[in-house]
Ligand binder design. Structure first.
Ligand code: 6R9
Length: 666
């Protein structure tokens, strides 16, 4: 067997990367055109690959690629693989919240199910271009539902199963969805989430606002788990009986009943490349979520290519992404990217801490996972439990470990590399956004020499630049606004129903560039380091400080599990640093620790960066996707109890504890 991953990787050397990169940005048509040849197009494209204008001064911003070709992404995910002899290949191993719940599905069976549900959607009156809302747990029916939409040309709008009724209803309303697909409920650890009653409430809210969906399709997941191989009754975990579900005859339809009579043959709708594929809402700085719209062909090429190269995916390997499909990471790197590459994936319903902190590694060993993808917040939460739950499992199948979602502090990066990866895996810190469709900055496994905390270099087709406040490009080492100068296939095309907002949000601050809203710096070796959201930058006495940078200094302290830094208004400095620190289990938060922490930050950045406040934070307010809610922390820092919209917060009780702990700020 090869001793080093680079011997078998798709891109073996930096020279090879540079050569491929050069072609991807200088001759994008040739580069992506060759990749497009590996997919099925009903009608081939003629003419230039791209047609675009990113410069708002020259008129409307638009991006189109392969604009006269027709295809279907579901066909490329399923039929194409079945036709090439992979019908019996496992598409997903499904692992339930309860370790005893598991099943798997082949490409052929998945195609059958998708065709059936496509026919179900058609029977409910759904046509090409109609929007379908999906509010489901991490079960196979979720993948079936989204691919069925793609097959018939309906636009799916998946709302993460942790969102509230209000959040769900505002998304259904914004996209005017005709149908909602949901499930009875789901267990997260030992906690039961009653999805159906939340969905009911959301639909009621919609009706009040004058919009009624025509049908609500309900999967019986906890009441009758149709995909589960082991039917042993485990009442403590899944109430097969006793769970009461409301049923509104006027709109509710049973998934199981509808599927029973549906045919498993369904000709795909041949879509134009630039027809919409899905809407995914992402939070906007104004507080109103934006419906990011992705389109068929560009997204397809980009999802497949990034999945293949970033994880160095090879046919036959088992890949495991721990994200929820309700977020972009799940869309691109659980459903579309892996299926387009005929991958075998693990789809996991549960949480990393249930039944204990070794769950991920139990799954890795069970399925011999070689490519693993998670978030820094998950790594840090596992660090709190030490090495024992990790060492208990061999993890010897692992080769590539990816992270996404926020800047990864070097401490967590090193833990990922040394403890989880046994120093024998490539770490890929992937920077991207809902808007970018796929990775835009990332190392290539077995190829890019990494630095802990740096997302390194651009993916194929991506041309980053760093701008100063004045909008001047900074060459060489420096710090400023991250921007992109050229479009790439997977880039979002518009905000659903509000093209002006799309232009305003991403193309007006620095005309001619796509502005993602993150700061970054380039070091003397050309490596790019994301410094956090532009809005998270803190200006202390005229020095621009990145919260991420301060946080990673704090986390370096052996007693610190997690840290979040926000700005607090300061009468002399303008702003000062207010740090929330979670200590490791068994450690004490005291004056001595605070002194050491201040010293750490001073040591890493400089005296001007010394935090004014360091407060004990037994828990941090996070969104359900695991992002720290700095806006809430800024209010705690100020002692302002008017927190604004906290509907996306995973556990609101931590905030009260933080207010109580303010008194103990040292
Ligand atoms: C994929 C995803 C996007 C924002 C993005 C940035 C932050 C994501 C990151 C990262 C530093 C990374 N972000 N990955 N920051 N390093 N590797 O998370 O999409 O939910 O839209 O968030 O997340 O701030 O702008 P999304």
């Amino acid at each position: 067997p090869p001793t080093s991953i680079s011997e078998v990787s798709h891109v073996k050397t930096m020279d090879q990367y540079k050569e491929m990169y050069k072609q991807s940005v200088e001759e994008p048509g040739k580069f992506w055109g060759k990749i497009a040849e590996t997919f099925y197009f009903k009608k081939q494209h003629e003419g230039e690959f791209f047609d675009y204008n990113l410069d708002i001064r020259k008129g409307e911003v638009y991006i189109r690629c392969l604009s006269d070709a027709t295809t279907n992404i579901c066909y490329n995910c399923l039929d194409r693989n079945v036709k090439s002899g992979h019908g019996d290949t496992i598409a997903f191993y499904w692992e339930g919240n309860d370790p005893m719940d598991s099943t798997s599905i082949t490409y052929k069976k998945l195609l059958d199910e998708v065709c059936k549900f496509s026919n179900v959607l058609k029977s409910l009156g759904v046509k090409k271009g109609d929007r379908v809302a999906i509010y489901m747990p991490m079960i196979l029916e979720l993948v079936v539902a989204m691919l069925a939409c793609a097959r018939i040309g309906a636009v799916h709008s998946i709302v993460f199963g942790g969102f509230s009724a209000e959040a769900l209803s505002s998304r259904i309303l914004d996209a005017k969805c005709d149908v909602l697909v949901t499930a009875d409920g789901v267990y997260r650890g030992t906690k039961l989430i009653d999805l159906k009653s939340i969905a009911d409430e959301a639909l009621e809210l919609c009706t009040k606002d004058g919009h009624s969906v025509s049908a609500c399709v309900v999967v019986k997941h906890i009441t009758a788990n149709s995909y589960c191989d082991d039917k042993t009754e485990r009442p403590a975990m899944r109430p097969y009986s006793g769970f009461k579900m409301s049923w509104n005859k006027a709109v509710d339809r049973s998934w199981e009943d509808l599927m029973q009579s549906a045919s498993n043959e369904c000709e795909p709708e041949w879509m134009n490349s630039e027809d919409p594929l899905f809407i995914l809402y992402t939070s906007g700085s104004t507080g109103i979520p934006k419906g990011v719209l992705h389109h068929v062909s560009g997204y397809m090429l980009y999802a497949a290519t990034t999945h293949k190269y970033t994880f160095d995916y090879h046919c036959g390997e088992v890949y495991f992404c721990t994200a929820d499909i309700g977020w972009i990471t799940g869309h691109t790197y659980i459903t579309y990217g892996p299926l387009l590459n005929c991958a075998t994936s693990v789809m996991f319903e549960g949480t990393p801490l249930f039944p204990d902190a070794s769950r991920y590694w139990a799954i890795v060993d069970k399925y011999k996972v070689s490519k693993f993808y998670t978030a820094p917040t998950a790594i840090r939460s596992l660090m709190k439990y030490g090495e024992e739950p990790i060492r208990k499992y061999s993890r010897s199948s692992l080769k590539v470990l990816g992270t996404v979602g926020e800047p990864i502090n070097p401490e967590a990066w090193l833990f990922y590399h040394k403890v989880i990866g046994n120093e024998s895996c490539s770490i890929v810190d992937t920077f991207w956004q809902t808007e970018t469709g796929g990775h835009v900055l990332t190392p290539f496994p077995g190829c890019t020499p990494t630095k802990p905390g740096s997302a390194t270099f651009p993916f194929f087709g991506i041309v980053p630049a760093i701008l100063s406040d004045e909008g001047v490009e900074i060459e060489g080492p420096g710090e400023g606004y991250l921007v992109f100068k050229q479009p790439w296939p997977g880039m979002m095309r518009t905000v659903f129903g509000d093209h002006k907002r799309f232009e305003r949000t991403y193309f007006t601050k620095f005309p001619g560039y796509y502005v993602p809203g993150d700061g970054c710096k380039r070091d003397e070796d050309g490596y790019i380091w994301i410094t956090g959201r532009i809005d998270d930058m803190i200006n202390v006495s005229g020095h621009l400080l990145s919260t991420a940078e301060v946080e990673s200094s704090l986390i370096e302290h052996p007693q610190v599990a997690e840290a979040a830094v926000v700005s607090k208004p300061h009468s002399v400095k303008g702003e000062c640093l207010y740090c929330f620190v979670t200590v490791l289990q068994g450690s004490e938060f005291n004056k001595e620790l605070v002194k050491e922490l201040k010293e750490k930050v001073r040591h890493h950045i400089g005296a001007f960066s010394t935090p004014d406040y360091i407060q004990n934070a037994p828990g941090l307010p996070k969104t359900r996707s695991g992002k720290i809610m700095r806006r809430v922390l800024r209010n705690v820092a100020k002692g302002n109890r008017d927190l604004g919209d906290v509907s996306t917060m995973a556990d609101a009780s931590v905030v009260e504890v933080l207010f109580q702990n303010r008194d103990y700020t040292v």
